[in-house]
Write a protein that binds this ligand. Structure first.
Ligand SMILES: *[C@@H]1O[C@H](CO)[C@@H](O)[C@H](O)[C@H]1NC(C)=O
Ligand SMILES: *[C@@H]1O[C@H](CO)[C@@H](O)[C@H](O)[C@H]1NC(C)=O
Ligand SMILES: *[C@@H]1O[C@H](CO)[C@@H](O)[C@H](O)[C@H]1NC(C)=O
Ligand SMILES: *[C@@H]1O[C@H](CO)[C@@H](O)[C@H](O)[C@H]1NC(C)=O
Ligand SMILES: *[C@@H]1O[C@H](CO)[C@@H](O)[C@H](O)[C@H]1NC(C)=O
Ligand SMILES: *[C@@H]1O[C@H](CO)[C@@H](O)[C@H](O)[C@H]1NC(C)=O
Ligand SMILES: *[C@@H]1O[C@H](CO)[C@@H](O)[C@H](O)[C@H]1NC(C)=O
Ligand SMILES: *[C@@H]1O[C@H](CO)[C@@H](O)[C@H](O)[C@H]1NC(C)=O
Length: 611
């Protein structure tokens, strides 16, 4: 009897001490985070101090210890207090895009489990502290866009697991130490005050990793090649260079002349089209307006004269022809530019009888009238609640018009990327997943009409929304109307890698573009416009680089991070988007499969809510 009691009481004692130590560790974590909150404020840190710290926003626990603390863009300011080092099990600390200043506290040296440290986009200053390079588990270190000074420490090499080192947009000086880092895949020191030569170990990095410094050597210009090779040039070589220069200047001159001519030619064309002549009588509204004028004016002031004068031709309606207006009515309507798209400018036309329609004025149509009519019959026969229906079209030699239902809320693109400042209503997860589902249904319907039928131009500005935020896909079937001379703006971040002719976009290429659209919904970021050099990123590559290193939740739009219970669904949709953007068309799912998966996801979502 006695021994057993002894054992029982002993194990009870053990259990109790275990409880106490575990409890006190979480208590230490809690104290450290409370001290942090007190020091850096932050209007959005609404932590409920009477519940477990593991339930607080941005906190993730494992085995009753805090392992992740993510407070990106929370408006934190001031200096970090010492005490964060007490979070000894912390693996990820993200304080990016706040307004934190001062130096990094020395007790960060105690964060020996730390794998990911994101401090970019703050105002930290002073030298990069050496103790960061004693954190042996560090994989990703991002100190970009701060106010760090001094040199890059040699001890970077101590971190054998380091995969990411981002130091761009600081005030670092001196030369880059001899960093070997075979594991270092992501590296950037652009826009500092570094000088000297780039070490061999980094010569395989892209040039853009070293911009805005006084560096030399591979991948930039050789360090002292210019003068010495200049001295060794033979007379023949010099003559060659001179001739080359003269030819080059001539070529540039010719190009300039051509460009100027084309420009003025274009201007004349536009003038031809835009302001209506006095003799045109239909203009009911106040003043004439060109294409660039966004304000109200008669549509007749916009479209070609030939269209107005030809009395015999008229609009061709589809379906039950429930619209009671003709070309004359349309031309008398007041018009407002809604946007300039790939295939032409779209106007909002308000007819005198009060009907509002969207009129797309196609440019660069190269197909014959017969072909055009056939294509339009196909487009007009598409009837699905997630498509913007084509109501009518008009074809003449100089003018091709398409009449659609008008969508007052505008496009997903403007909803996602317009007005990110104050006054913006955040787009929540339910709305975003609902839009994804609607758009998927619309496109899957198109694809179900035949293996050769694709949309051809899927992007967020072609997903329009109803007042209840239901998605309606527009602009389908127009890609095949234009000639093979694709203008640069047809090449954008949505185009699948295998597409070389933008008039021939397969269904699998549509799936790719839809995958990009999903990534856009999830990250809130617009894909790059490849040829126009617009601000932006290569979305699929960016997302994959982050997901590969299991920092998945770093990719999501900040507006979505407040909905923590849906993170699983977000990750699932992200995985689907990654599958859609597979490099090889065969690896991508079909649109029907994509639709089914999003349906499942939305269903589980609404089930969660009812429980
Ligand atoms: C804070 O948490 C406690 C315990 O979990 C709960 O009773 C209380 O309602 C919460 N307070 C708020 C404001 O959510
Ligand atoms: C917490 O971290 C674990 C492990 O990294 C992860 O599986 C889980 O999804 C995270 N939970 C939240 C709410 O971030
Ligand atoms: C951190 O831990 C030390 C030692 O346990 C303690 O003295 C200090 O008060 C803690 N700091 C914070 C902010 O919790
Ligand atoms: C880096 O490693 C070297 C040699 O192992 C060591 O002497 C040095 O103290 C380390 N530096 C840091 C910052 O840990
Ligand atoms: C950066 O640091 C310098 C001095 O180290 C200071 O003059 C400057 O105001 C700081 N800039 C910001 C944005 O904090
Ligand atoms: C780099 O700049 C520093 C001053 O900031 C100067 O002392 C040093 O000589 C420069 N090094 C090279 C290689 O130009
Ligand atoms: C490095 O950072 C600069 C500035 O932010 C950016 O322009 C460049 O594209 C980046 N390069 C790489 C390789 O990340
Ligand atoms: C020129 O390059 C050589 C090696 O390529 C180097 O030894 C020498 O110091 C360099 N000279 C200058 C002035 O940088």
């Amino acid at each position: 009897m006695k021994p057993i009691r002894c054992i029982i009481s002993f194990s009870l004692l053990l259990w109790a001490t275990w409880l106490v130590t575990v409890g006190s560790d979480l208590a230490a974590d809690r104290a450290a985070m409370v001290a942090l909150r007190r020091a850096v404020g932050g209007r959005t840190l609404l932590w409920n101090l009477s519940s477990s710290p593991c339930t607080w926003t941005g906190v993730n626990c494992s085995q009753n210890r805090v392992v992740e603390l993510r407070l990106p863009g929370m408006g934190l300011s001031g200096q970090l207090p010492s005490g964060i080092g007490n979070l000894t099990q912390l693996q990820t600390l993200s304080l990016r895009f706040n307004a934190l200043s001062g130096s990094i506290p020395a007790d960060f040296a105690k964060l020996t489990s730390l794998r990911n440290l994101y401090l970019q986009g703050n105002r930290f200053s002073g030298e990069i502290p050496l103790f960061l390079f004693s954190l042996q588990n560090l994989i990703r270190l991002n100190l970009a866009s701060n106010n760090f000074t001094g040199s890059i420490p040699e001890s970077v090499n101590n971190l054998t697991r380091l995969g990411t080192l981002y130091l761009e947009n600081n005030h670092l000086s001196g030369s880059i130490p001899d960093i070997e880092g075979p594991s270092l895949v992501q590296f950037n020191v652009s826009f500092n005050q570094l000088n000297g030569s780039i070490p061999k170990g980094l010569s395989n990095k892209p040039q853009s990793a070293f911009l805005g410094n006084s560096l030399c050597g591979k991948p930039l210009v050789p360090c002292n090649g210019t003068e010495s090779s200049g001295n060794k040039l033979s007379g023949g070589a010099i003559a060659g260079i001179v001739i080359g220069c003269v030819l080059g200047v001539l070529l540039i001159l010719i190009l300039l002349i051509c460009l100027c001519r084309r420009k003025s030619g274009k201007k004349m064309e536009e003038r031809d089209v835009a302001p209506p002549k006095q003799s045109v009588v239909e203009i009911p509204r106040d003043k004439p307006a060109g294409e660039s004028d966004n304000r109200s004016s008669g549509l007749s002031g916009v479209v070609n004269k030939e269209a107005k004068s030809s009395g015999t031709k008229n609009l061709v309606f589809f379906g039950k022809a429930s619209m009671v207006f003709d070309l004359e009515d349309l031309l008398r309507a007041s018009a407002e530019v809604l946007g300039k798209g790939t295939f032409g400018t779209t106007y909002k036309a308000t007819l005198e009888m009060g009907v509002v329609v969207a009129v797309k004025r196609l440019k660069d149509v190269t197909v014959s009238e017969k072909e055009f009519k056939e294509k339009m019959e196909v487009v007009g026969s598409m009837d699905h609640q997630n498509l913007v229906p084509l109501r009518a079209y008009y074809f003449s030699a100089d003018e091709k018009l398409l009449v659609y239902d008008y969508m007052p809320v505008g496009s997903l693109s403007s909803l996602l990327h317009g007005n990110r400042g104050s006054g913006r209503t955040p787009l929540n997860w339910d709305t975003r997943s609902g839009i994804a589902l609607g758009a998927a249904r619309g496109i899957a319907y198109l694809h179900s009409k035949g293996p050769g039928i694709s949309h051809g131009n899927i992007k967020s500005s072609n997903v329009l929304l109803t007042t209840s935020y239901e998605a309606r896909v527009s602009d389908f079937g127009l890609a095949q109307l234009a000639g093979p001379t694709s203008t640069p703006n047809r090449v954008d971040g949505y185009r699948a890698p295998e597409v070389t002719d933008t008039n021939k976009v397969s269904q699998k290429a549509d799936v790719y573009s839809f995958g990009i659209l999903l990534l856009e919904l999830l990250t809130g970021k617009a894909p790059t416009h490849a040829l126009l050099n617009e601000e932006g990123i290569d979305l699929p590559r960016w997302v994959q680089s982050i997901v590969r290193e299991d920092w998945t939740s770093e990719v999501f739009d900040l507006e979505l991070l407040r909905y923590q219970n849906v993170e699983d669904d977000m990750v699932q949709l992200l995985q689907l988007a990654i599958n859609c953007t597979a490099q090889y068309p065969d690896k991508r799912p079909s649109m029907a499969e994509v639709m089914n998966q999003i349906e499942d996801l939305c269903r589980s979502n609404s089930e969660k809510e009812t429980h």
